[in-house]
Design a protein around this ligand. Sequence first.
Ligand code: NAD
Length: 485
Amino acid sequence: MSDSRTTITFARGDGIGPEIMDSTLEVLRAAGARLDYEEIEIGEKQYLAGNTSGIGPEDWKTLQRNRIFLKSPITTPLGSGYKSLNVTVRKSLRLFSNVRPCRAYAPYVSTNFPDIDMVIIRENEEDLYAGIEHQQTDEVVQTLKLVSRPGCEAICRYAMEYARAYGRKKVTCLTKSNIMKHTDGLFQKVFEEIAKEPQYSDIETEHRIIDIGAALVAAHPEDLDVIVTLNLYGDIVSDIAALVAGSVGLAGSANIGFDAAMFEAVHGSAPDIAGKDIANPSGLIHAATKMLVHLDQGDVAEKIRNAWLKTLEDGIHTADIYKESLSKEKVGTKAFTQAVIERLGQKPTVFEPVAFANKGIRIELPEHPPREKKLVGIDVFIDWTDSDRDPDVIGTRLQACNGDGLKLKLITNRGVKVFPEGLKETFCTDHWRCRFILEEGLEKCSHSQISSLMLRVANAGFDFIKTEHLYTFDGERGYSLAQGE
Ligand code: NAD
């Protein structure tokens, strides 16, 4: 537990944001949180004033200085040209981990799965969210999926440390490594390396393919504990989980980095109920308790969380969860806030009281010696529609470009081998991946050999649209084999 005070940045946001932030700050103050506060303005007004990422330059400086951000939801104006504030903050402050607990509060909140209590830990900076996309031919577009070893190490270690800190029993890693052997394969490999470390020996670990993993989240969520996964899968799975738990309006999330963090409710700015004193402030209150744990003020977090559970048990409910059979009193945002404050120091009796003995989680990344990288070939992508797209024609013409130690090994179309000896049934688009590799007996080639090859391909009249170098790292193949290779 830390006695020192921390200055945090907070923003009231849009819609119901100001009401739920006022409620949360009141609870924090009443509970004795050791915090000082600096307010910034984010959201719609900033967007409309011409700050395309929803935050002004001065406010950005405040955020960078304090590095702890409690954020209300914002309304993103309709129309293009606005950048997501969340993505900007995540990337700029290197908030690599998104943590979304997902639990049921039965019988007070309806759910088919009263025993759900899982946490989804999602990689936050990489994967398909790099948004690097290109139209390469008339028929084919592509997006780049980028996954790094340090990125995998940070998130997988964070998940294992989280499980340890919160006494969780099992960590499930979800990937599609059976198909994406290099990107998702790296994530799985790093997870398995870290999971084997002796300090995690009492935590059960497993890897599952994302399809069955997502189905499990929907059908047997109570069997899952901590999930760690890549950005896109985490995005999808956390919404499935929130829906089956029935408590999306109550959940808070944390975006954690090495020396910065952002905490917010999972829901949006709910403009339909803004300014009416009916919004449920619980999501932001939960986000704030996560912030306190992160700041090593688990004692205050515990007090707030137990008071909140007691309020729920006592049947004091906002309109979104009110049920005549279970609730005692339907209250607005302000009255709910007062009810929580009155219960500070009390413990729930139906729900298990929480105890946050742990500190915020800090991780360090290991350094790895660089591996020996050898250039062993090139994939040349060609836009080609001549000769009724006959693979044997493009193959024979490209073989004429062989030389200087490099020869055509195969051609694929959308990943399927079509030359040599393709199947005539395979549908061919205008996008051909032509793999040139080193001749037998050669160990590596140079960039000038690759350049000469490209010149021969261009002189043969081919429209090459992109290339990917083929490397080995310490002798290990750094590229996927084609289907049928
Ligand atoms: P929303 O979550 O704001 O609202 C969905 C429904 O849930 C609405 O009926 C709303 O009244 C209700 N609801 C949400 N929070 C509630 C609460 N605390 N108490 C009671 N009821 C609540 O989603 P939306 O309508 O799709 O989005 C509205 C705006 O919020 C959009 O501009 C969207 O871009 C933005 N948004 C922002 C964030 C964020 O800032 N992190 C996240 C999601 C959506």
